[in-house]
Design a protein around this ligand. Structure first.
Ligand code: ASP
Length: 405
């Protein structure tokens, strides 16, 4: 896709989003009736995520050449993820302590949302056990991304050790990768319409909760969004500039299609194909680094989610009048980071894994019911930052010496 076409499509997506917002507010019924157009767009993205993850991880791993390079790259990538996620959680904790959005708010209508209730009882150990799928086809069918990544990492590594016999298999996955990216290109043409229909539908459905955004939850929402903005416009651009020397604003604009899609779908995984396209085609990041770092990032690197979980947990504590001292705040720091790693790249996943954070400091799960009404909106905001964090991460890792020769 040429730069000019890409820009026209991005403009179309932004106009689509704006039309969706107004349409959802003022012509709700019509937008609810065309929601299926958005579902088509979302399905098209989800349709290619599983083959994309498998092919791109395998291509990424085999292109690194040998196992020791793979180990170093994985180590550096994880380290980078921890550092940036850590920064974002600290920003959240500081802001929520200064702004105190929960003070004076009544503990209105607390309940445990179904999605959360169904997942309680799962511990972090379950997440780790889930890394090795007993049945890889079943994991793929259920769209479980993390086990697929682990399998692809192992499989790709093995392919580099079996010489001639491995070559045709590697070529097969290279071909698959190119073909999938071509499909992504086609799907992007459909994005402006898809964005309009998805946003219109979600706004129409949540019209009532918008008043919550402006009333009891206003300061809480402001705290989350303000923290996300600080992380997105100060910390991440600094990382990008410092480690890669790239121009952050240009890099950001080039990611426009992916960021708009993240906001629209509230899913890092569904956005992955477009993130990949923007990173490789527009920002010209080394394809080997992108295809290795992005699938991993879409699942475990969630700066926005981590910040959100810390803010939400402390907000709930403030509402219930629970004093959390320094040690408790450290526990929140650690559990919010882990919970963001454990969250899948799908809508509301971060709110579900908040169970870890709340349980760790003894806060009631009903607290989640207080913030549930506007999760549809904050989810979109944090997903956008998650994808932006992954995009910056790919550029940073592409500068490491493993990719430089
Ligand atoms: N929806 C987010 C994502 O896909 C995860 C979350 O709920 O925070 O990145």
């Amino acid at each position: 896709m040429t730069g000019k076409t890409g820009n026209i499509i991005l403009a179309g997506m932004i106009i689509g989003a704006i039309l969706g917002v107004f349409g959802g507010l003022y012509a709700g019924d019509f937008f609810l009736s065309i929601r299926f157009i958005g579902t088509l767009f979302l399905n098209a993205l989800k349709m290619i995520v599983v083959p994309l993850i498998v092919a791109s991880m395998i291509v990424g791993v085999t292109s690194l050449g040998d196992v020791s390079k793979l180990g170093k790259t994985t180590g550096k990538t994880l380290l980078y993820y921890f550092i940036t996620t850590g920064f974002s959680v600290v920003i959240g904790i500081i802001l929520v302590n200064i702004l105190k959005p929960g003070e004076g708010v009544e503990s209105f209508g607390a309940f445990v949302p179904d999605l959360v209730a169904n997942s309680t009882g799962k511990s972090f150990i379950d997440v780790i056990v889930g890394l090795i799928p007993p049945n890889i086809i079943d994991a793929a069918a259920k769209g479980k991304v993390l086990p697929l990544i682990v399998f692809s990492l192992l499989f790709g590594t093995v392919l580099t050790t079996i010489g001639e016999k491995g070559k045709p298999v590697i070529q097969f996955f290279e071909g698959l990768n190119v073909a999938i990216m071509k499909l992504v290109n086609w799907i992007i043409y459909f994005a402006p319409l898809g964005v309009m229909a998805l946003i219109g539908g979600i706004i129409a459905e949540n019209r009532e909760s918008l008043t919550e955004l402006l009333s009891s939850l206003a300061l809480y929402s402001f705290t989350v969004i303000f923290g996300l903005i600080i992380h997105a416009v100060v910390i991440l651009p600094l990382m990008l500039k410092l480690f890669t020397g790239r121009k952050p604003f240009r890099y950001f604009l080039n990611m426009g299609q992916a960021l708009t899609t993240a906001f629209t779908t509230a899913s890092s995984s569904a956005t992955l194909p477009i993130t990949m396209e923007c990173i490789e085609e527009k920002n010209k990041v080394d394809e080997r680094a992108a295809s290795f770092v992005l699938p991993l990032g879409a699942t475990i690197n969630m700066d926005g989610t981590a910040l959100y979980e810390a803010v939400a947990a402390l907000f709930i504590a403030q509402i219930y009048g629970v004093e959390l001292g320094f040690t408790d705040q450290i526990i929140i720091f650690l559990t919010a980071t882990l919970a963001s790693i454990g969250a899948a790249g799908i809508p509301h996943a971060g709110t579900v894994t908040m169970v870890f954070v709340l349980s760790a400091v003894g806060l009631p799960l009903e607290g989640i019911g207080l913030i549930w009404a506007i999760d549809w909106f904050l989810d979109r905001c944090r997903t956008t930052v998650n994808v932006w964090g992954d995009s910056v991460g790919a550029a940073v890792i592409s500068e490491t010496k493993e990719f430089k020769n």
